[in-house]
Design a protein around this ligand. Structure first.
Ligand code: MAN
Length: 355
């Protein structure tokens, strides 16, 4: 029997909604400000939001796509009555096909924008995007960023989405004003990368979530690198659990947090019905290939209205958590719509894992 754990959702959740984010594209509206990376910089808490925009008004049949040659965003109109398309998923337009349908377009274009806060709860959103699609790997957008601080450098990495597939790209900043892009570091299809904040036994480590096509399942892998750019030594770390909350898809969430018992990782798990929950993993301090514990039941599951209803409901999804003493400040996207906050005790969380 797992020990009970208290999770303290901020009573006025969500802490940040699309209404607080003015669109940056002409004639567009913001439909999501969610799945943000978290960092501390200059006495402030920063959230690097995934902001999703779409042409304002009307059904989602007009899609935004970057033209990488001109650098312009163009609008593609997809006829609603076209038999070859399936419009049933709010996030994407599927092209029907055998053996499997494929994504034709996304219904919104995502990019990355900073929000800054003194108290970690009340955020002001920057006027302009921090990173905006600009190359052929980002024509459908940039999603689900994470930030790893190593010394004075903040490594920012995210999923780049295009018809070439979903891959992981990296950038680096020291001041959250200037940012230098470092290119692709995980091949398609891969996403949900988190990089550990320090070397372990002489190497950097990352968790990732490749998506096998012919055979296999979307599960968590671990890789190592001497320089953060070239990754190898890949091994599978964690699999799906049939029948449960993490039975169809799992992926790393927050950047791993060092604790006295080992590395604490908050990951997401989804069912075949796309219900997303968060759970915890404990990895050995000296050898993160060793899984010491894994939550049997979710640490957080979508129960509140803002977690159950939205652009894509029944989703809690984290890309960042910040430790402060025993408190874990968990920032999480809700319903692919907004950002919410929950605080929890690291000690209680470790105890719930039996550690
Ligand atoms: C995928 C990603 C996430 C999103 C979930 C739920 O895992 O696109 O950004 O939150 O699906 O839609």
């Amino acid at each position: 029997m797992e020990k009970l754990m208290n999770i303290h959702r901020y009573p006025y959740n969500p802490i940040l909604t699309p209404a607080q984010v003015p669109p940056c594209l002409p004639g567009c509206e913001v439909v999501g400000a969610f799945n943000a990376a978290a960092a501390r910089y200059g006495g402030e808490t920063l959230l690097l939001l995934r902001v999703a925009e779409k042409p304002a008004g009307g059904p989602a049949v007009r899609c935004l796509v970057l033209d990488p040659t001109s650098g312009r965003i163009r609008t593609v109109t997809v006829p609603r009555d076209e038999e070859k398309y399936d419009f049933s998923d709010s996030r994407m337009i599927l092209r029907r096909g055998t053996p499997n349908p494929t994504i034709a377009y996304l219904t919104s274009l995502s990019y990355l924008r900073l929000a800054r806060s003194r108290d970690g709860i009340h955020f002001t959103v920057d006027d302009r995007p921090f990173l905006f699609p600009q190359n052929e790997y980002e024509t459908f957008g940039m999603e689900d960023p994470r930030i790893t601080q190593i010394g004075s450098r903040y490594y920012i990495y995210f999923s780049a989405v295009s018809p070439h597939g979903i891959c992981e790209e990296m950038a680096v900043t020291t001041d959250f004003r200037q940012v230098r892009r470092l290119g692709i570091f995980f091949l398609p299809e891969n996403k949900d990368v988190v990089i550990f904040p320090q070397k372990i036994g002489g190497n950097y480590y990352a968790l990732s979530r490749p998506v096998p096509n012919a055979i296999g399942a979307p599960e968590i892998w671990i890789s190592e690198s001497a320089d953060l750019r070239h990754w190898g030594g890949h091994e599978k770390l964690l699999g799906l659990r049939p029948g449960g909350w993490d039975s169809a898809r799992i992926g790393a969430g927050a950047v791993p947090i060092p604790t006295e018992r080992g590395w604490l990782e908050i990951y997401h798990g989804a069912t075949a019905e796309n219900r997303y929950c968060l759970g915890a993993l404990l990895l050995s301090q000296d050898d993160p290939h060793r899984v010491l514990a894994r939550s049997k039941t979710p640490v957080l599951e979508p129960t509140e209205t803002y977690e159950r209803k939205g652009f894509f409901g029944d989703v809690v999804f984290t890309c960042g958590a910040l430790a402060e003493g025993d408190i874990l400040h968990l920032y999480y996207g809700v319903s692919d719509n907004s950002m919410a906050y929950a605080g929890l005790s690291i000690r209680e969380l470790l105890a719930s894992l039996g550690s």
